[in-house]
Design a protein around this ligand. Structure first.
Ligand code: PLP
Length: 382
């Protein structure tokens, strides 16, 4: 306990000042107010406006994707990506139990069920070997991949780049392609993270981002879908705008759509934030370096989670792993008492009532990481 005080003192050293040290606070130091004023002065505050188009262009350029569709949040982006991947009622979708609830919720919105495979101890995201093992229990039929034990059609696979750490996406993609399962990357936490020079989200059929208030860059609430497929991008735009067929005055909708379009006012904020992303990423990388050096030199028994070889993390949320659950618990309580906002990882999905009966493998790493991980304050340091 004595020694954990040293960790808290260190956090206070790198985040000096009075009051609570948040886990991840947004930081506005660019043209945010100018762009918001432009929206208000022009009256274009809602779902059409020049900033929505610009947000889509800028994000496509930044990620190196051909197309981008802006939406109201990351959860709706996942929902649409799943629907456009052909996920239907009764299907199975492979994902992680170790993720924020949004991933599994979006699968449920489609009437499908999540199938949980374990995570990798290094990346903390989907384990390619666990996925390979899962596919051993499937068979190919005329219309796709079927899970033999449950009889479910497996339509899509949604790995998630936990806390910004890229998963082994090339290997995961190879497996999905081989078994004819659509790959969707939940890159909600990983704007600015790369695998072998390719931005996360660009290897899947779809990549999905969130710009919620706690993410690396934010627009209050917002999200985006990226894809290289022109027809799918067109479909995504269509069904996120109530499936309204463009016409000067007629209201004609050719299928069931959703009101998921990102308002211009949020897009304005995102455009300003995206101009700052290199500075934000540099600052966060520096913070990660400070944490890494500190733990390596003073607490070698605690593992600071780092990006792997060939990978570049945005270090959205820095994470450490204790050896035992009791140590994690002690540390969290001590930190909270001292107004340092640390937090454990999400309760794994199969612990929750909605997903307790979902298919899963042993989830050994999922349980272990859940029991021992703590996220540390990771806001931009000013
Ligand atoms: C933040 C997040 C989302 C979705 O976010 P919204 O709050 O709906 O924008 C989805 N998946 C993961 C893993 C997330 O962290």
């Amino acid at each position: 306990m004595e020694s954990y005080n040293r960790i808290i003192d260190f956090i206070k050293e790198i985040y000096p000042g009075e009051g609570v040290i948040p886990l991840h606070a947004p930081h506005f130091f660019g043209k945010e107010k100018d762009y918001l004023n432009e929206c208000i002065d022009s009256t274009f505050v809602s779902s059409v406006g020049p900033f929505v188009d610009r947000m889509e262009r800028d994000l496509a350029t930044y990620t190196g994707s051909r197309f981008c569709v802006a939406v109201v949040n990351g959860t709706s982006a996942l929902h649409i990506a799943l629907l456009l991947s052909g996920v239907k009622r009764g299907d199975g979708v492979i994902t992680q139990a170790f993720s924020f609830i949004a991933t599994s919720n979006a699968i449920s919105y489609c009437g499908a069920q999540p199938f949980f495979v374990d995570i990798d101890e290094q990346t903390l995201g989907m384990s390619a070997s666990a996925l390979e093992h899962f596919f051993e229990g499937t068979e190919q039929r005329e219309d796709g991949c079927y899970h033999v034990e449950s009889g479910k059609k497996i339509t899509a696979c949604v790995p998630m780049h936990s806390f910004g750490m890229p998963v082994d996406i090339l290997e995961i993609k190879r497996l999905c392609d081989h078994h004819r399962v659509v790959l969707i990357e939940d890159a909600a936490e990983s704007i600015g993270s790369y695998h072998q020079g390719r931005h996360t989200g660009t290897l899947g059929k779809f990549g999905v981002f969130s710009f919620n208030g706690n993410k690396t860059i934010t627009c209050g609430g917002g999200g985006a879908i990226i894809t290289d497929d022109e027809e799918l991008a067109r479909r995504a735009k269509h069904i996120t705008t109530q499936a309204k067929v463009p016409h000067p005055y007629e209201f004609y909708h050719d299928e069931i759509g959703f009101n998921y379009r990102c308002p211009n006012i949020n897009a304005a904020l995102l455009c300003a934030q995206l101009e700052l992303i290199e500075q934000i990423l540099m600052n966060k990388r520096e913070t990660a370096g400070l944490y890494r050096n500190f733990f390596e030199s003073e607490f070698p028994a605690i593992r600071f989670v780092s990006e792997g070889v060939d990978k570049k993390s945005n270090y959205w949320l820095n994470a450490i792993l204790f050896q035992e659950e009791a140590q994690r618990e002690n540390f969290i309580q001590l930190a909270i008492q001292q107004k340092v906002m640390v937090r454990p990882a999400w309760r794994p999905m199969h612990h929750l009532p909605m997903f307790q009966n979902a298919w899963r493998d042993g989830l050994v790493n999922t349980e272990k990481v859940y029991q021992t991980l703590v996220n540390l304050p990771s806001s931009v340091r000013v």
